[in-house]
Design a protein around this ligand. Structure first.
Ligand code: 3HC
Length: 703
């Protein structure tokens, strides 16, 4: 573009240029071109300036860096809103007397998608994604998303998109066939360009075509009515509400779509905005916004070392964990070398990996061809020498320190000098494992959660001698795997399982004191936990935690007695795998209350002369959460985690903590130091030494 065509720069986040009859508004506000006050003002200024310019026939809104606008500026939430407000900006775009084209790529989300919906044309790269993810932040779209989207894609698809908050592929959305009587007559995108195209040039060519053919139109979506389709709104709202499991925003979004379906765009937007503003002030939205920020922080480390480039990963062990880890790596395009002790175990591991991919294909997560392509990167062997060219090797073998030490002694002789050696142990002392290799700085923990191809959490464990490069490599690999990676230190159970043990310990004690299995699980799930703690123990196997605690890998750390669990193990009630644990499982695998389990616990309580109490659901939740909080503060004080908010991230992604409640440490912060101290003291007075009463609550002020 010729310098002379540059027109007055609107502000530092937006520039305006003229290209013959086309006015270009370019947003350049990295990293995601969020709609800050300056960006909003710049768009309005640009539209007005080009409207008043007789040379200009059409306006393009486009972005620099890696994406079209990804939404309202989250950093501005919590501050007093400043004009121009986004609904006014989008309405100003739609009202323009010259057609405006959105030129989209990357992820056009939330307010960014709302800007595009108000434009008179939308063009995009085929691999772009769009979505209204506001519900993930406890919000609903606040600038016409619930109004313009159904006017294009129909009420049914809009309901799905607005309440799920998912990102949708531009190509897939453009295949939506609207019913014949729709007065929209248009697809969401007016043109999609293959991803190898220069989008700026393709958009200019598209616009020039419209000018040359004299076919420019002011397509104002807001002037359309909504295609009602055949929707049982009552049933749909109930479905959304059930799926939301305590989150308010999805249900509010569905109700807004229902209540405004016959309204004009202006009335509909007023209704939407009022609901948006109410949600923006809600506790849930504050917690969900906190969770978003906490995840971004958790990924940050201050390592000066560059990560090692990883292409080939060795995975030792083809059991559930190993095959899940292998699936995760293959799915992200890594080459995987799977190792097992013998051919039979190896075949079983490979079959599990294939089954994981088949399940993804069946669920529509990938095509069969894509699955075959990824699986082509899998090699399997019983010979450890095949690991010699791996940049990263992860062991997922039996949880036994001697087995692991002997394995790493062997790997030390085979692997490249710079190969990062990782153990997936859940409880063992990584420093002790590292002591057997010649360069312990290459050794780290990579603690995946089961099923490893599904669960988002990855604890990257820093042992005493782990090098920054080894840790940076694991964090970078975690990002490529699309995991939420959190850096933690070595201790019993690292951050997550150590807290889970404290929580479990309290649950066990409440069982002995007279709370029933069913009441505990009901109280915790009603509060928002994804599963009851006792149902979780049955699922993962009661013997797993029992054996880990009994092995006492960290003699200085006392995980406490789990007497009810011990009784279950003594009676071969190991959980789902033996058909009975805290519950009994019927032939369909459905849990049933089992008086025998209750009787075993009662017998133990009598034998130990445990005083019996009556529990309310609130008592149970309070005690369980305070146990978590006190252990979390202790972990932070010991430097096991970098930030308190890292603990929240761990609990949100590894243990089913309700996201709209922010996490255990977020909850403690909301309670405040004074109340927390009081509650811990009271609980300790009532229940003995179980909860750490003297943790430093002033640490709640820290990040
Ligand atoms: N506002 C401000 N900053 C944002 C942002 C936003 N909407 N979205 C992302 N960022 C920041 C992140 O905090 C991060 O900052 P950092 O580098 O300082 O940590 C940086 O952008 C990069 O983000 P990611 O690490 O997440 O980058 P990815 O490439 O993995 O993902 C993304 C990019 C898909 C855009 C992802 O960041 C995302 O999902 N963002 C949230 C989008 C969203 O929720 N938009 C709706 C906002 S609400 C709204 O628009 C209301 C309206 O209806 C009125």
């Amino acid at each position: 573009m010729n310098e002379s065509n540059k027109t007055q720069i609107s502000n530092t986040q937006i520039s305006l240029e003229k290209n013959a009859q086309i006015g270009l508004i370019t947003i350049d506000y990295p990293p995601v071109n969020a709609l800050s006050q300056m960006v909003r003002q710049g768009i309005v200024d640009g539209v007005e300036q080009f409207e008043n310019d007789d040379d200009i026939k059409v306006i393009i809104i486009r972005c620099k860096s890696k994406t079209f606008v990804a939404g309202a500026d989250i950093k501005e939430f919590g501050k007093p809103p400043t004009a121009p407000f986004l609904p006014d900006v989008v309405n100003r775009i739609e009202a323009s007397n010259k057609p405006i084209i959105a030129s989209m790529f990357g992820t056009s989300l939330g307010g960014g998608f709302e800007v595009a919906l108000a434009c008179h044309y939308r063009v995009a790269l085929e691999n772009s994604k769009v979505g209204l993810p506001e519900v993930n932040l406890g919000l609903i779209p606040g600038a016409g998303g619930t109004q313009r989207l159904p006017r294009i894609v129909g009420a049914k698809k809009a309901l799905e998109m607005v309440t799920s908050g998912k990102h949708y592929s531009a190509t897939a959305l453009n295949e939506i066939q609207l019913p014949q009587d729709s007065d929209s007559h248009r697809f969401l995108f007016d043109a999609l360009f293959t991803s190898d195209k220069d989008l700026d040039q393709a958009t200019i060519d598209f616009v020039q075509g419209l000018i040359d053919s004299n076919s420019l139109q002011l397509n104002r979506v807001g002037e359309n009515t909504i295609n009602q389709e055949d929707i049982d709104w009552d049933a749909e709202i109930k479905k959304v509400s059930k799926k939301a499991r305590g989150k308010l925003a999805p249900t509010v979004a569905a109700k807004v779509l229902f209540e405004t379906r016959d309204l004009s765009i202006a009335d509909g937007m007023n209704y939407e905005r009022a609901e948006f503003l109410k949600l923006r002030e809600s506790e849930q939205s504050a917690a969900l916004r906190f969770a978003f920020g906490a995840e971004k922080k958790a990924a940050k480390t201050n390592f000066s070392a560059e990560p090692l480039a990883v292409n080939k990963v060795g995975i030792i062990g083809g059991g559930n964990m190993g095959s899940g880890i292998a699936t995760a790596f293959l799915s992200s395009g890594f080459s995987v070398q799977l190792i097992e002790q013998n051919q039979q175990a190896l075949d079983a591991g490979v079959s599990k990996i294939k089954a994981n991919f088949e399940s993804n294909v069946k669920r529509g997560r990938m095509t069969s061809a894509a699955a075959q392509n990824l699986l082509a990167n899998l090699s399997s062997a019983t010979d450890y020498q095949t690991l010699s060219d791996c940049e990263l090797v992860i062991e997922a073998v039996f949880e036994d320190i001697e087995v692991k030490k002997s394995l790493f002694t062997q790997l030390d002789k085979i692997c490249r000098d710079d190969c990062v050696l990782a153990t997936n142990t859940s409880y063992l002392d990584i420093n002790e494992i590292a002591s057997v290799i010649s360069n312990p700085s290459q050794m780290i923990g990579m603690h995946f959660f089961s099923p490893a191809n599904i669960m988002k959490l990855l604890e990257v464990v820093r042992a005493e001698k782990s090098s920054e490069q080894a840790l940076a490599t694991a964090m970078a690999v975690g990002k490529r795997l699309k995991k939420v990676s959190v850096l933690v230190g070595v201790c019993f159970g690292f951050a997550g399982n150590r807290m889970y043990t404290r929580y479990g310990r309290e649950i066990q004690q409440m069982l002995l004191e007279g709370a029933s299995i069913e009441q505990i699980d009901r109280a915790m799930t009603a509060w928002g936990m994804a599963m009851g703690p006792l149902a979780v123990q049955d699922l993962s196997g009661i013997d797993i935690g029992h054996n880990a605690r009994s092995a006492q890998p960290f003699p200085d750390y006392d995980p406490g007695y789990f007497r009810a669990a011990a009784v279950m193990v003594e009676n071969q009630r190991l959980g789902r795998k033996t058909g009975q644990g805290f519950y009994r499982y019927d032939e369909n695998g459905k849990p049933q209350s089992d008086p025998q389990a209750a009787a075993l616990i009662q017998e133990k309580a009598q034998e130990l002369k445990v005083e019996q109490k009556t529990f309310t659901d609130e008592d149970i939740v309070e005690r369980a959460l305070l146990a978590l909080t006190s252990e979390g503060l202790k972990l932070f004080a010991e430097g096991i985690v970098q930030r308190l908010s890292d603990i929240d991230v761990i609990w949100l992604h590894g243990y089913g903590f309700p996201r709209h409640k922010g996490g255990p440490m977020y909850q403690a912060r909301q309670m405040g130091a004074t109340k927390l101290t009081e509650a811990l003291k009271q609980l300790q007075a009532k229940n003995g030494e179980l909860i750490w009463p003297d943790v430093d609550v002033s640490l709640l002020q820290e990040n």
